[in-house]
Design a protein around this ligand. Structure first.
Ligand code: SF4
Length: 431
């Protein structure tokens, strides 16, 4: 299967001659196929890319200077073992951080091996949280109690209206055959609207209407849509009364009873750049077309207070009675219909490497939290701060070594400049 991180896990038939990949085909069997996209079918170029790292490198210049030299595997392993043991014995195992993310979902090269190694060698400090979609996870958990909320993709065929909000499956796929079902839904007469700052491939291919919006202002537009629904009594009060709590307070906030500021489409227009009339049109359409799927991408939630975008979308899904019905959608992060976005449990491949408990965490009771939270873990967004301040900043240890697995800590996480400063202060780092 394709191990790319899109979540598709599509079938790849890799033709090999004399140990060399000659071409890659994909599923051409019965529908629905697990048909790979161009990215997966171009894997050969990735395997043989000239800039791919094929052997260990050691930094020879200043950190950040970009000067490396090739070393043997023996030297790489010896150096890594020696330095990790030195840091462990000098400062304690908690001073070693393993920054791991899921990267490509590989069965061999995943963080499970390093987790096991470090745990068996005395333990390490682990980050918690997800930088990719923390806002969506948080909103889903506090609202639904689970982050597996979407209808399955084939259920789009039952939708009469599909709103692609910050959601571009033509590029990011987010589960196999999403575009295949979208195409069929459109052919079957579903109306498709895209709300996105960019005229995406998905907008160009599927959308009857594209509504550009200023990045990071999605919550304001969703609140204004709620205002229209409440004002015009278009919301599904029976659904809200039966299945939800708290709508009265939300309504007070939206209508301005709480803060004297009604969240009208006119209020939202200068914030979002979307004309008030367009906001009203979309609100009426969503409230009166049943069933309707509000498919919310994770990009709008990757902003300050991005969880509020997800919470607002979830609230609109409930206001329109589209939660738990065929052709609807829960309005949560539109990527998690089965296993956190993956069509089958790839996590079992990671856990195929037997895990052992991390001694650094052993003394601490498991604590309820948004995702994987457990003392003395550090949230991903605070790692750099923790490295820079250590115990003096209230953290559990002074952090001296960093092991990075399946991610690029410098460029994939918030505040690269602070991360760069933090990396400069480390005694040892290995990726
Ligand atoms: S859709 Fe995703 S899993 Fe499938 S081939 Fe493309 S990148 Fe790979």
């Amino acid at each position: 299967m394709c191990a790319s991180h899109c979540g598709g896990a599509c079938l790849l038939k890799v033709h090999v001659r004399d140990g060399i990949i000659t071409r890659i085909e994909t599923d051409d069997g019965e529908e629905p196929q697990l048909r790979g996209c161009l990215r997966g079918r171009a894997y050969r170029q990735r395997v043989y890319a000239p800039d791919r790292l094929l052997y260990p490198l050691k930094r020879v210049g200043q950190r950040g200077e970009g000067k490396f030299e090739r070393i043997s595997w023996d030297e790489a392993l010896d150096t890594t073992a020696r330095e990790l043991l030195r840091v462990r014995d000098t400062y304690g195992p908690a001073s070693i951080i393993l920054a791991q993310m899921t990267g490509d979902v590989c069965s061999l090269n995943n963080f499970g091996a390093m987790d096991r190694l470090l745990s068996m060698a005395g333990g390490y400090t682990s980050p918690w949280g997800v930088t990719s979609f923390q806002g969506g996870v948080y909103a889903s958990l506090v609202t639904y109690g689970t982050w597996f909320c979407s209808n399955t993709r084939d259920d789009l065929l039952n939708s009469r209206l599909i709103i692609m909000w910050g959601w571009d499956p033509a590029s990011t796929v987010t589960g196999p055959n999403t575009c295949w079902y979208l195409a069929q839904a459109r052919e079957a007469g579903a109306r498709i609207i895209c709300v996105d700052p960019r005229y995406t491939d998905s907008a160009a291919t599927f959308a009857h209407q594209w509504i550009p919006i200023r990045p990071g202002t999605d919550t304001a537009m969703l609140l204004a849509m709620a205002h229209v629904m409440i004002r015009e009594k278009l919301h599904d009060q029976a659904f809200l009364s039966t299945y939800t709590v708290g709508f009265d307070r939300f309504s007070d906030y939206v209508m301005g009873a709480e803060d004297g500021l009604p969240k009208t489409p006119r209020w939202a227009e200068p914030i979002t750049g979307v004309p008030a009339a367009t906001i009203e049109q979309l609100a009426r359409e969503y409230a009166t077309t049943r069933p309707a799927a509000l498919m919310t991408g994770i990009a709008p939630g990757r902003t300050a207070y991005g969880e509020q975008y997800h919470r607002a979308a979830i609230t609109l899904a409930a206001m329109t009675g589209n939660v738990g019905v065929h052709g609807g959608d829960a309005g949560a992060r539109a990527w998690e219909s089965v296993m956190g976005g993956f069509p089958y449990p790839v996590n079992s491949m990671i856990s195929a490497i037997p895990r052992v408990s991390n001694p650094v965490e052993k003394a601490f009771p498991r604590t309820a939290g948004p995702l994987f939270y457990r003392r003395p873990r550090i949230h991903f967004s605070r790692l750099a701060d923790a490295i820079l301040k250590g115990k003096a900043g209230g953290y559990h240890a002074d952090y001296k070594a960093l092991v990075v697995a399946q991610c690029n800590y410098l460029v994939q996480f918030p505040n690269s400049n602070k991360i760069a400063r933090a990396l400069m202060s480390l005694e040892f780092m290995v990726l």
